[in-house]
Design a protein around this ligand. Structure first.
Ligand code: HEM
Length: 323
């Protein structure tokens, strides 16, 4: 117990230190955690690098804008140096995401039960089929979440993660310039907000500019995503889609209250035990606690057999740490 609380404290300390120079870190880590969990479960498969023979998840199109790999590398390196093989890469990511989001509140916003194991398989070809697209409508979104054992309530609550972070213009500019192929605007988007977005995203071909997803509040983890959404200011079609279903629309209304949103977030993260979304649990020899990783992020959290001497040294130091 003492050991694990020390290891958790290490994750928190490093995350908070790195956050001071990178205010976008909570958004980056939360999204990285989500993209990990939706492909093969929360097993850190998103951290594995491609090889000459196999293109890994992180190199699939929806993952090219993911960030935070270097942060997980730094934390994991420190954990391994203190006590090798105890905290999996998947747990490291889950803890760091929680700690980064919680920093603004100075208290943990949800409990992270540890015990996730790291997968050994990471295939780019599995990403498109599992990570929902910003162009999804309500029924495709719900199908995606249900396929992971999640409910419509989970879908709406988790979409509230878009209260922090940014989106690239090309992922929503069809709503501004060419919604039905006739140079028109998405009627489900607030027209004043659309005019503002047009000042940021100048054309359909802008693939580099980013815009805060929660207008006026995109660095604060709060319920304002739902307030904006109700006012037709959801950035992606997938955000706006949450208003198109009667039940989901009602849940959006409820989550405008901070207390309900925070309670929802806590519940969805905690209800499935150690694996947020109990889908895709790994079994038998499909899993491991990856102990070492090269610092180069393309090899994040890969087992490195050359570090066996370091492992032995760590095992000797282990007793000293827990004492
Ligand atoms: C409901 C289906 C979802 C869709 C279609 C979706 C789609 C997207 C897209 C397209 C972006 C912008 C990426 C870019 O511009 O490069 C984004 C950003 C983000 N998403 Fe989602 N997302 C969904 C659910 C979630 C969930 C469940 C979480 C976490 C619990 C999440 C967390 C985030 C965060 C924090 C960002 C901002 C990242 C940053 O600024 O670094 N999303 N999402």
């Amino acid at each position: 117990m003492v050991l694990y609380s020390k290891l958790r404290a290490i994750v928190k300390k490093i995350t908070e230190r790195l956050l001071a120079s990178n205010p976008g870190l909570p958004a980056a880590l939360l999204r990285l955690h989500f993209h990990d969990c939706f492909v093969r479960g929360c097993d850190a498969s998103v951290l594995i690098g491609s090889t000459a023979n196999s293109k890994a998840e992180k190199d699939a199109l929806p993952n090219l804008s993911l960030e935070g790999f270097d942060v997980i590398d730094e934390i994991k390196t420190e954990l391994e140096s203190k006590c090798a093989g105890k905290v999996s890469c998947a747990d490291t990511l889950a803890l760091a995401a929680r700690d980064a989001v919680s920093f603004q509140f100075q208290k943990p916003m949800w409990e992270v039960l540890t015990g996730r194991r790291d997968g050994k398989v990471s295939l780019a070809s599995e990403v498109l089929a599992n990570i929902p697209s910003p162009f999804f409508n309500f029924s495709t979104l719900l199908k995606s979440f249900e396929s992971k054992g999640l409910t419509v309530h989970d879908l709406v609550v988790l979409s509230g993660a878009h209260t922090i972070g940014d989106g690239h213009c090309n992922l929503f500019s069809n709503r501004l310039y060419n919604f039905t192929g006739k140079g028109d605007q998405d009627p489900s988007l607030d027209s004043t907000y659309a005019a503002f977005l047009k000042t940021k995203c100048r054309s359909l071909s802008d693939r580099t500019t980013t815009v805060g997803m929660d207008p006026g509040s995109s660095t604060s983890f709060d319920a304002s995503y739902f307030v904006n959404l109700k006012q037709k200011k959801g950035l992606f079609q997938s955000d706006a889609a949450l208003l198109t279903d009667r039940i989901s629309n009602k849940i959006v209304g409820e989550l405008q209250k901070s207390a309900d949103f925070f309670q929802g977030i806590r519940t969805v993260h905690e209800k499935n035990g150690s694996n947020w979304g109990s889908y895709g649990q790994l079994r038998g020899d499909q899993k491991e606690v990856r102990r070492y990783q090269f610092l180069k992020s393309s090899y994040s959290c890969l087992v490195c057999l050359f570090h066996v001497p370091a492992l032995l040294l760590n095992l000797v130091l282990f007793d000293k740490l827990v004492a």
